[in-house]
Write a protein that binds this ligand. Structure first.
Ligand SMILES: C[S@@+](CC[C@H](N)C(=O)[O-])C[C@H]1O[C@@H](n2cnc3c(N)ncnc32)[C@H](O)[C@@H]1O
Length: 455
């Protein structure tokens, strides 16, 4: 028995260790046998480790250690070639004082670890469409299968919790209805392969460093054959950039002089702080999809929205007229419609417009209801100047909208109501406004659907 507690001679894997006894215990344990320790399974190897030559002196140990450190600094190969040596000098825990992080490094690591979630530019995030779209009946939690309806709802709830900022919430205080299981939130259009988009090279920007109404090319429009400056946005004293009053009035009243928005883009000389970048920066108001009394789900915000403020884009699958016909064919006449047509420029270009179907994929605005006295308008926003067939549909408030009030648009553009006569089979409007026209779609819309089906 050696004094250091290791029996260096025993061939067996059993060792006795003398435990120094405390004085107060000496009488009682006088005859207690030594504690037996069993080392298993390779005592010899273990012992060999302990038998290695002990360093002669502290100076020698330090010299060896420093030499090893110098080698390690040159190449970490040494750590693989001589693990015993490294372990002997620096231990195995990783908390080596020799390799310890400098204060500076520690500070760096700490700040990196506690970094708050950064605000994300949602337009840059590619959502993997289809990541959740596998057959729902295959979903299970361990061995317990999940009911498809519940699974779909869970997926939707988790989708709300994704990097969506400000919050997008759901509430139903009226009945048990939940969001449709087949619907999925997206943050960009899903473009059908049949849709021909103009190449990015056809896009262009302004040369300004600081855009002004009088000089910025993005704010110049041809109106009645003349180049005119269009004041789209103005900055309010509180910093919120809103649609100008003139733009809103024009958009509501003068069919012919209505303007699309052309925001500054990545080809422009100005930076991200330019006031002509609103829609491209994404939603800034929290939205809630809620159950209304009479119109199914609707949309509202928990914050006041000011007149002219951008709310959100309409999103969905962008498809050709032919694809839409195929999709609409089996649809019932009275079924809710989620289609927005991208027909803003088709009157100029004489080309068949594409359509955005928000039924299965979309933003919160897929749930926006109609009112005959709307508080919101939808404005086309050209994203690629060379592309007049695919552009954004952006919703802006045209009045101050108090928190909790439903956000509503008019499903029909002004002046289109008197096309055809209202008939019995039209979908009834339940907006409840003083000027309610009684039905939802202008008569031509349902007939158009019917006609398409016969073609
Ligand atoms: C784009 S969706 C709006 C979201 C829809 N409320 C839902 O629950 O999915 C359009 C459909 O909502 C319903 N709707 C919207 N506004 C309405 C209104 N003022 N009166 C009656 N129904 C309305 C109609 O069924 C319409 O086809």
């Amino acid at each position: 028995m050696s004094t250091n507690g290791h029996d260096t001679t025993s061939p067996s894997n059993k060792f006795s260790i003398d435990i120094p006894r405390p004085k107060w215990d000496s009488k009682e344990v006088k005859h207690r046998p030594n504690i037996e320790v069993v080392i298993d399974p390779q005592p010899k190897d273990l012992l060999k480790k302990f038998q290695g030559p002990l360093p002669q002196s502290k100076t020698q140990l330090d010299t060896e250690k420093n030499a090893l450190l110098a080698q390690l600094k040159q190449s970490s190969k040494i750590a693989y070639e001589k693990p015993d040596l490294v372990e002997q000098h620096f231990g195995t825990t990783g908390f080596s004082t020799v390799f310890g992080a400098e204060d500076e490094d520690l500070e760096l690591m700490r700040s990196a670890a506690s970094k708050k979630k950064k605000k994300t530019d949602r337009s840059r995030i590619k959502l993997e469409i289809g990541s959740h779209s596998g057959p729902l009946n295959q979903l299970s939690l361990g061995k317990t299968p999940i009911h498809p309806a519940r699974a779909a709802r869970d997926i939707l709830i988790s989708r709300f919790q994704e990097e969506v900022y400000p919050p997008l919430t759901f509430s139903n205080e009226i009945n048990d209805r939940r969001l449709p299981g087949k619907f999925q939130f997206i943050d960009h259009y899903i473009i059908s392969p049949k849709v021909k988009m103009a190449p990015p090279s056809t896009n262009s920007g302004c040369d300004c460093t600081d855009c002004t109404l009088s000089a910025c090319k993005c704010l110049t429009k041809e109106v009645e054959g003349r180049e005119t400056q269009v004041e789209i946005y103005v900055r309010r004293p509180d910093g919120i950039i809103v649609l100008s009053d003139d733009f809103i009035i024009c958009h509501q009243e003068e069919q012919e002089n209505r303007q699309e928005i052309t925001e500054c883009n990545e080809h422009c000389g100005c930076g991200g702080d330019c006031w002509n970048r609103v829609v491209c920066k994404g939603r800034t108001v929290p939205l809630e999809i809620f159950q209304t009394e009479k119109c199914g789900f609707g949309v509202r915000s928990s914050k006041d929205i000011v007149k002219g403020q951008f709310i959100e884009r309409y999103l969905g699958e962008v498809m050709t007229e032919h694809e839409l016909v195929i999709r609409e064919d089996p649809a019932e006449e009275h079924q809710a419609s989620y289609v927005f047509s991208l027909d803003w420029f088709s009157r100029l270009d004489n080309k068949e417009p594409y359509h955005v179907d928000g039924e299965y994929f979309g933003s919160a605005m897929r749930f926006v209801n109609h009112s005959c006295n709307p508080n919101t308008i939808c404005v086309p926003v050209q994203t690629n100047r060379g592309d007049r067939r695919v552009y954004d549909l952006a919703f802006f408030a045209i009045k101050d909208i108090k928190a909790g009030r439903e956000i509503c648009i008019s499903y029909e553009s002004k002046g289109a109501y008197d096309e055809g006569q209202p008939s019995e089979d039209l979908v009834k409007c339940h907006c409840g406004e003083y000027n309610c026209r009684g039905y939802l779609w202008r008569p031509g819309v349902t007939t158009r659907r019917r006609k398409r089906r016969q073609e």
